[in-house]
Design a protein around this ligand. Structure first.
Ligand SMILES: Cc1ncc(C[n+]2csc(CCO)c2C)c(N)n1
Length: 223
């Protein structure tokens, strides 16, 4: 069992509140209300700006070139891959990057991103990567789950672009690399006494992921 499996097992309830969230189920079934998806995507763009800073912080907190490169891959996955999806999808609704950036951050966006940044500022590189793990590895799991028969089988699914992005090979490899790096980092610097503390960070980040989905559903329910 690698460190990621151990963290997931230690935070079972929080993990399933995240990956089995109603938002994810509705997206998979194609029944998610488009305004909820739009709210999510705009907030996610703002979220990614802060997560880019978190990966930059991971570069700063690295002492080896290998660790710096691992963090650089995360940063570049956001700046060169993930944000393109957001710009493309938001563009279909006539939203420009400038308009998205002018949107106010929801509290769920602030809570999650600043929590991760604080883990990095107050802790070490392992704390920061554990706080980042639900995000980077969780989306790969969700993508696979929503496209069990592969991306091509999605046909004209209303959320095929989003699902295809995270179920696709490029993204799956990014997540597998992040998982392997986390395992290497833990092998180097984790002690058993520290595991409970790391599991608490992982559980909190997973709960903040679930709150992020919920924020989009609540926003639409509130009108
Ligand atoms: C709320 C939320 N959680 C996770 C991701 C996925 N994600 C964020 S940064 C990153 C690593 C490099 O791409 C990945 C996969 C997201 N977009 N929004």
């Amino acid at each position: 069992m690698d460190i990621f499996e151990r963290l997931k097992a230690a935070a079972k309830a929080e993990w399933s509140s995240y990956v089995d969230h109603d938002f994810v189920r509705q997206m998979g079934a194609g029944t998610l209300a488009p305004p909820a998806f739009q709210t999510y995507l705009v907030q996610d763009y703002l979220f990614l700006i802060q997560f880019a800073r978190a990966y930059a912080l991971a570069i700063y907190k690295s002492r080896s070139l290998a660790d710096m490169r691992a963090a650089q891959r995360g940063l570049s996955a956001i700046l060169d891959v993930e944000m393109d999806l957001h710009v493309r999808l938001c563009g279909r609704w006539g939203l420009t990057p400038a308009a998205i950036e002018a949107a106010p951050e929801h509290l769920a966006t602030i809570a999650y991103t600043r929590f991760v940044l604080d883990c990095g500022v107050s802790g070490d590189l392992l704390d920061l990567h554990v706080a980042l793990a639900p995000c980077v590895i969780g989306y790969a799991e969700i993508g696979r789950r929503l496209a069990p028969d592969g991306v091509a089988a999605l046909g004209d699914h209303p959320y095929r672009d989003w699902i295809g992005e995270y179920a696709g090979e490029v993204y799956q490899e990014i997540a597998a690399g992040a998982r392997a790096h986390l395992a290497a980092l833990a092998a180097r610097s984790m002690t058993e006494q520290r595991f409970a503390e790391l599991a608490a960070l992982f559980a909190k980040a997973s709960r903040l992921e679930a709150d992020f989905w919920q924020m989009a559903l609540n926003d639409v329910a509130a009108g």
